[in-house]
Design a protein around this ligand. Structure first.
Ligand SMILES: Nc1ncnc2c1ncn2[C@@H]1O[C@H](COP(=O)(O)OP(=O)(O)OP(=O)(O)O)[C@@H](O)[C@H]1O
Length: 430
């Protein structure tokens, strides 16, 4: 590997220190393609090691830290874009693990680091920048950041980056990477046909790689669809699951459709006596989000309630199960949500609640189960495929802000705990 793909020995040493002895399928195929200098569009299931598949060739391409170069560079040489802060931070940590032992300068782009990098001399000593699109474009537009020296550009979770929310920023970023030698790599576990067309148009003579079946979870995730009839029945079903004497194996992640529903669900679970439950969504402060991810990584959180903000890329290691409390917005969202479990060859379970309102979209997800080798009841297979219009409406059912079926306040973690204390007191004093 070291000689064939020109990966520095200290980087390989760091790879072995991580405990990786054999490359995964996407690493086996992706690393040689990128090491040959080719652009790549790679699709490989969740949890199969795509991060390392682009990080190794990135280090190989940069050869040695910019600080060692005699010719001053004009801006950072490596750039990785990810859709969420949490994912960018996780990629940053993985990059730091490989960088150990040499003076690589790796920057997680934020308000603070953006300010330090205003100075081109400082910017030019940076090897790799990892950022979300919005943060990066803000600095580019204010003339504080240049991308014309980027030699290796990665778009992680490419199809999400091409959603309407980000596509303009991504086109701007790609357009500003004007170095003719700039190599581009796009990775995702899902890439719908339209996004794939857009992606391929951004790359130069790309090689397209698909590991396994497109948009299909790995068979080591045991998937099930659970009928709960009415939206109000979801909460008792979940509480029963989390408090049953047979128990569940923590940690698990519970996905809801909105921030308000996530906080409301936390409140209800705390009241029901579910231990070590927490919430994470984009409406929380950066500090709160960082602290929650930290506690999750340390194994202190048993039930993490969240929204699609954590559906992509997050690697919490031993997550045993995922519960889709609310129906996902698309097949891709389903695949990424359940992909938070069953990572790196481990086993996992994924349970998806569905109500009568979700029934029209059942067939789309039932097909995913079938494709990944799961057993699906005969009647689900016979259901009609939803129309394109219907598929667009998937997961957009008008949910109440709360998870108990009536309108209530939007509670944060602190308020949820307070509410729990008051309720426990009331029960105690009865
Ligand atoms: N060669 C390897 N051997 C063993 N474990 C590995 C190897 N490469 C990566 N891993 C581990 O596999 C897990 C998943 O890796 P990674 O997060 O890169 O997956 P991914 O394919 O990017 O997933 P997603 O699509 O969800 O973003 C991580 O915990 C990582 O440490």
């Amino acid at each position: 590997m070291e000689q064939r793909f020109k990966i520095a020995s200290h980087v390989m040493k760091n790879v072995f220190s991580c405990g990786y002895t054999e490359p995964t399928a996407i690493q086996r195929v992706g690393v040689p393609i990128l090491a040959e200098g080719r652009d790549i569009a790679a699709i490989s299931p969740t949890g199969t090691g795509k991060t390392l598949a682009y990080l190794l060739p990135l280090f190989s391409r940069l050869e040695s830290p910019a600080a060692k170069s005699k010719i001053p560079e004009q801006g950072a040489r490596g750039l990785i874009i990810a859709p969420t802060r949490e994912l960018a931070a996780q990629i940053y940590n993985e990059t730091l693990k490989l960088a150990q032992g040499r003076k690589w300068r790796v920057v997680l782009f934020s308000k603070a680091t953006a300010s330090t990098l205003k100075d081109l001399a400082v910017q030019s000593k940076v090897d790799i920048i990892i950022s979300t699109p919005l943060r990066l474009v803000a600095s580019i537009q204010s003339g504080e950041l240049v991308l014309n020296n980027v030699q290796f550009l990665v778009l992680d979770e490419a199809d999400r980056l091409l959603d309407t929310e980000f596509v303009d920023q991504i086109e701007e970023i790609v357009g500003l990477c004007t170095n003719p030698q700039c190599q581009k790599a796009v990775f995702s576990a899902t890439l719908p046909a339209k996004a794939e067309q857009t992606v391929l148009a951004m790359l130069k003579e790309p090689i397209r790689v698909v590991v396994g079946l497109k948009d299909t979870p790995l068979p080591n995730i045991a998937q099930s669809l659970v009928y709960v009839a009415q939206p109000e029945s979801k909460l008792p079903t979940l509480i029963q699951y989390l408090t049953s004497p047979t128990g569940y194996t923590p940690p698990i992640i519970v996905f809801t459709s909105t921030q308000a529903r996530a906080t409301s669900l936390l409140s209800e679970l705390l009241i029901a006596g579910v231990k070590n439950a927490e919430v994470l969504h984009a409406g929380m402060t950066r500090h709160e989000r960082d602290q929650c991810v930290k506690r999750m990584l340390q194994g202190e959180v048993w039930v993490l309630i969240t929204t699609d903000v954590l559906a992509r890329g997050m690697d919490f290691g031993g997550v045993h199960g995922v519960i889709n409390f609310d129906w996902p917005e698309s097949v891709q969202s389903y695949v990424h949500r359940i992909g938070r479990t069953g990572r790196a060859g481990r086993q996992g379970t994924a349970i998806t609640y569905f109500t009568d309102e979700d029934a029209p979209y059942l067939k789309s997800i039932a097909n995913v189960l079938l494709q990944s080798g799961q057993t699906v009841p005969e009647w689900m297979i016979k259901l009609q495929k939803p129309s394109r219009l219907k598929r667009k409406q998937m997961g957009k059912a008008q949910h109440q802000d709360t998870t108990v079926g009536h309108k209530g306040e939007n509670v944060g973690r602190a308020l949820a705990i307070k509410k729990k204390c008051v309720t426990s007191f009331r029960l105690w004093s009865r």
